[in-house]
Ligand binder design. Structure first.
Ligand SMILES: NC(=O)C1=CN([C@@H]2O[C@H](COP(=O)(O)OP(=O)(O)OC[C@H]3O[C@@H](n4cnc5c(N)ncnc54)[C@H](OP(=O)(O)O)[C@@H]3O)[C@@H](O)[C@H]2O)C=CC1
Ligand SMILES: N[C@@H](CC(=O)OP(=O)(O)O)C(=O)O
Length: 357
């Protein structure tokens, strides 16, 4: 039987934290060891601290665990710390964990632009783990390191883009429009009077994140493994909206390729056949395949497709020629699974498989 690793969850009471609890409560190699949240929650049993919003009940093994403050000393016995912390406080807390030589998997935006921190979508760029040796040298660490997840909308976008880039070469232009679920705004999130019977065509900072993160994730790594190379010649334009859906971000995408357009049939084939290292490494949470292709004319849809392959796959459909660029399609990503906690857990499984933890 595999040796189990002790894990801590920071921000365990939040929207992303609750997903971590569900994904980790019966995990074959990770055992929940410590739960952290704000001073408001510290000292309480998890069931009393959390406002549980999941359709499955709080796992029994977690309900009575006492939530602590997010102090590095209290997590020093953990092999891995997953962070679902609010970005306002994630920076300092995650850095304190890293300085204590702990492996940190962050969902927050704070370190995504740090050139020494890989921004990893597990079914896209797990090769960026190769930067960790250099990061450890820079920070004088033995076993600790820090990696971040991408923004949830970016995560959905880069999975099919990676398949297309591998097959057809660089893309010069990418236009994306998102319809994002309310769970993306955390709890209590968007007021009901703003979102019911409505669409809000603004999510602060989201478009800038999407436009920037794609280039880091789809870029390469230097031969000496000390630097990430961002894409230079790909322009991304994003428009992000909030819609009255609970979970699942829908995105409409148009792409122009630098070397000319593939056919719709070629694109479908490439999406169908795309594989990632996560499956090849045999990771427990890896989807059977990173992309579920739908040929139904009215899919993907959030309510019907967000749970595909347990929320770890991106569903893509409606591939057709774009009269302005080259190819357009629709995708759906589960924002709190692959878009957040699910990516972190799968990234940690990859790190274990690569011998980094
Ligand atoms: N929701 C989503 O789909 C996605 C979210 N993210 C990112 O993940 C992170 C978490 O988001 P989300 O779960 O939605 O946010 P929530 O607001 O639902 O949860 C925030 C968590 O942070 C904790 N917290 C707040 N203040 C402090 C503090 N001073 N010290 C310690 N802990 C504190 C809260 O604890 P308490 O309950 O005690 O207040 C809670 O556990 C954010 O950085 C977000 O940007 C990334 C991708 C997708
Ligand atoms: N902003 C996203 C969720 C999120 O928190 O993203 P980020 O981790 O990039 O701040 C949404 O509203 O759906």
């Amino acid at each position: 039987m595999a040796v189990t690793k002790k894990v801590g969850i920071l921000g365990a009471t939040g929207t992303v934290g609750q997903r971590f609890i569900l994904l980790l409560a019966e995990h074959p190699i990770f055992t929940i060891h410590a739960l952290g949240a704000s001073p408001r929650s510290a000292g309480k049993a998890y069931k009393d601290a959390v406002r549980w919003k999941q359709s499955r009940p709080i796992p029994e093994s977690v309900a009575q665990l006492v939530v602590t403050a997010c102090e590095a000393d209290l997590f020093k016995d953990c092999d891995v710390v997953f962070s679902g912390l609010d970005a306002d406080i994630a920076g300092d807390i995650e850095m304190a964990m890293l300085k204590n030589d702990i492996a940190v998997f962050s969902n927050a935006k704070n370190y995504r632009r740090d050139p020494t921190v890989p921004l990893i979508v597990p079914t896209v760029n797990s090769n960026h783990f190769d930067l960790i040796a250099h990061q450890r040298t820079l920070n004088k660490l033995n076993k600790g390191f820090l990696i971040t997840n991408a923004n949830c909308s970016t995560t959905g976008l880069v999975v099919p883009l990676k398949a297309l880039q591998d097959a057809f070469g660089p893309m010069s232009h990418i236009l994306v429009n998102t319809q994002q679920a309310i769970s993306g705004a955390g709890y209590p999130g968007v007021p009901s009077l703003d979102i019911l019977d409505n669409v809000v065509p603004h999510i602060g900072g989201e478009e800038e994140k999407m436009e920037w993160e794609v280039a880091k994730i789809l870029g390469g790594i230097a031969q000496d493994k000390k630097e990430l190379h961002h894409l230079q010649d790909t322009i991304v334009s994003a428009t992000c909206t909030r819609v009255p859906v609970l979970d699942g971000h829908l995105e409409t995408v148009s792409v122009k390729f630098a070397n000319g357009s593939p056919s719709v049939e070629e694109v479908y084939k490439v999406l169908e056949e795309y594989t990632s290292d996560a499956e090849k490494l045999g990771c427990f949470s890896a989807p059977q395949k990173p992309i579920v292709v739908t040929y139904d004319p009215d899919r993907p849809q959030p309510r019907l497709d967000r749970e595909n392959l347990k929320g770890q796959a991106v569903t893509v459909g409606r591939v057709r020629k774009c009269p302005v660029l080259h190819i357009k399609f629709v995708l759906l990503v589960h924002n709190t699974v692959l878009g957040a906690a699910g990516s972190s857990v799968l990234n940690a499984e990859i790190a274990v498989a690569k011998g980094l933890i």
